[in-house]
Design a protein around this ligand. Structure first.
Ligand SMILES: Cc1cc2nc3c(=O)[nH]c(=O)nc-3n(C[C@H](O)[C@H](O)[C@H](O)COP(=O)(O)OP(=O)(O)OC[C@H]3O[C@@H](n4cnc5c(N)ncnc54)[C@H](O)[C@@H]3O)c2cc1C
Length: 532
């Protein structure tokens, strides 16, 4: 079995939130970052559109606050939103100083080319062409890898948090404290105990629990599942954002067609070539994502079509190629489609989880010494619906606040507890890929069919019954099988699916991203977070 690895700070996750936290604490202590894949494989890397922040006189902080609150449909925490928007510009400036190169206006040395996306009243999205996330991920990763106090452990998956349930010397003082995490290094087939004074969970999203998702394979909700098993409070898991436009490419990898294309003047059309958004919302293609996703869903069902189309052919061809080189090249290479000549086939797909681990305004969870930031966290900024491009900003602002908090309260000593090695006694089964694959596909299908864009009580109850059976089966299998990344992820996905369904069943209304056919209106009785 693996030995004990100690550091002042353990960061689980190497996306924008984990790296930004690590970079802010690293001058004050040793940092271990664990990422379950390569360092650049994260949701952050795939972000296309950009980061929302007020950087011009024509815009104002109040406008950004107002747009965020409107999108959040009554559930945003006003204090968190104000912090996000007020501190956002400083955090963006900081990463620019670190080397993130956002696209500038044609011919300008200092003025940024600001895009506008759905739900935003002004042009305020800083972007690096259509590969903003990759630019941020690369800059932060490079800086972290160069820092002498940071050690990055790639291809290492955190299995569970270490809490009082694991430590052996039963101290009363050890109650509700996180001591680090058990981490599997799969190539060595060893589970190491990573002990830390402070643990930051920055494991990102969970949209892979749905059959169609814009997220890379790492987005399996591990942080929420680990926290939930440790008894940490979690909120608002029913609010899943479905991105209206992912490339419809049956059998191919999922690929996002950024909102920025609609912001740039793209039109959504049905199979008969008719523009339909003006019939659904006066903001047309720039209505918030939930409205556009439901409109597409409704249009597809009405016409019994498998996709709709995003038409860019009426726009300046060279301009489209220059502004969206990544999307242009991907469509051409993967599907032979020239987006300046033909409309792009698109479908909605699960994209972002608004809920997560409840944190204070400084990233503290309900467990001592455990912090959370980024998509895994619930800070209250998104409410019932996230405003486009606010999530990279949230990752920056709140991971920075968490870093400042731990530096203020920093203790010098490790807790005096004995952390036992990972116990593998009772493991009798070898890895059975087919069993895992079957359960995984079942979860994703159930979530897509019964817990998707439009929900009903009957469908949710059916999903609950069926997921529970899978959940129990996976737990049973987990207890007697050798640990692998796939098994850990499947176990986490079963937990997260169950949390989403449970939360959805508690909200007998429609609000923001949660749309119930049998309760189509919002109801003030539910003007509060769903806490599990
Ligand atoms: C295609 C796409 C486009 C997007 N576009 C935008 C956009 O334009 N603007 C915007 O604001 N947001 C956008 N988003 C959302 C945004 O990218 C994410 O919400 C944000 O990047 C999340 O950052 P994070 O640091 O929380 O997590 P991530 O960037 O997802 O990083 C998670 C990290 O945790 C690691 N990890 C996970 N589980 C474990 C485990 N068990 N053990 C060890 N490591 C683990 C992963 O390996 C990874 O390193 C987009 C998302 C996608 C998928």
């Amino acid at each position: 079995m693996g030995e004990l690895i100690r550091s002042d700070f353990l960061v689980i996750g190497g996306g924008i939130a984990g790296l930004n936290f690590a970079l802010h604490v690293a001058d004050h202590g040793k940092v271990n970052i664990v990422t379950k894949s390569g360092l650049t494989e994260s949701n952050t890397f795939y972000a296309q559109g950009g980061v929302a922040a007020v950087t011009t006189e024509e815009d104002s902080l109040n406008n950004h606050i107002e747009d965020t609150l409107v999108a959040g449909a009554g559930l945003c925490h006003q204090d968190a939103v104000e912090i996000l928007v007020n501190e956002g510009p400083q955090r963006v400036k900081e990463i620019i100083d670190w080397g993130v190169a956002f696209t500038k206006k044609n011919g300008s040395k200092s003025e940024y080319d600001l895009a506008r996306e759905g739900g935003h009243s002004h042009h305020r999205i800083l972007h690096a062409a259509d590969m903003t996330g990759a630019e941020i991920q690369k800059t932060l990763s490079t800086k972290a890898l160069k820092h002498p106090n940071i050690t990055v452990h790639e291809n290492c998956i955190a299995v569970d948090l270490i809490t009082e349930h694991h430590v052996l010397n039963n101290l009363q003082a050890a109650f509700n404290i996180c001591f680090g995490a058990y981490v599997l290094k799969e190539d060595e087939e060893k589970v190491y105990s990573f002990q830390a004074k402070y643990t930051m969970l920055a494991t990102g999203g969970a949209s892979k629990v749905f059959l169609h998702s814009t997220n890379p394979d790492i987005a399996t909700g591990d942080g929420v599942a680990m926290a939930s098993r440790a008894g940490v409070r979690i909120a608002n898991m029913e609010f899943v954002q479905f991105h209206p436009t992912s490339l419809y490419n049956p059998g191919g990898k999922s690929f996002l067609i950024s909102e920025a294309l609609r912001g740039h003047g793209g039109h959504l059309k049905n199979g008969s070539g008719q523009r339909f958004m003006p019939y659904y919302d006066k903001r047309e293609e720039l209505a918030p994502r939930d409205i556009v996703a439901r409109a597409i869903d409704s249009e597809m069902k009405k016409k019994r079509e498998e996709c709709v189309f995003l038409d860019m052919t009426h726009l300046d061809k060279e301009d489209v190629k220059t502004r969206f080189p990544n999307i242009y090249n991907y469509c051409l290479k993967e599907t032979g489609l020239d987006i300046t000549e033909k409309p792009i086939p698109v479908v909605p797909a699960a994209h972002y989880i608004c809920g997560g681990i409840i944190t204070s305004l400084t990233g503290q969870t309900s467990m001592q010494n455990l912090f959370a930031s980024g998509e895994v966290a619930h800070t209250g900024v998104h409410g019932a619906n996230r405003l486009a491009s606010n999530s990279l900003l949230e990752g920056l602002v709140f991971s920075h606040r968490a870093a400042m908090k731990v530096l203020r309260k920093r203790t010098r000593e490790f807790h005096n507890v004995f952390i036992p090695e990972w116990d593998e006694s009772g493991i009798i089964d070898k890895y059975e890929w087919f069993l895992l694959k079957h359960n995984l596909q079942e979860i994703q299908n159930i979530m897509w069919d019964y817990v998707g864009i439009v929900r009903s009580k009957k469908q949710l109850l059916r999903a609950e019954r069926r997921t529970y059976v899978i959940f129990e089966e996976v737990e049973e299998y987990y207890k007697r099988s050798k640990l692998t990344t796939e098994l850990i992820q499947l176990r986490n996905m079963a937990t997260v699916a169950f949390l989403i369904i449970k939360s959805a069943l508690r909200r007998n209304e429609s609000r923001g991203l949660h749309y119930m056919q049998d309760f189509p209106d919002s109801n003030d009785k539910f003007l509060k977070d769903t806490i599990v």
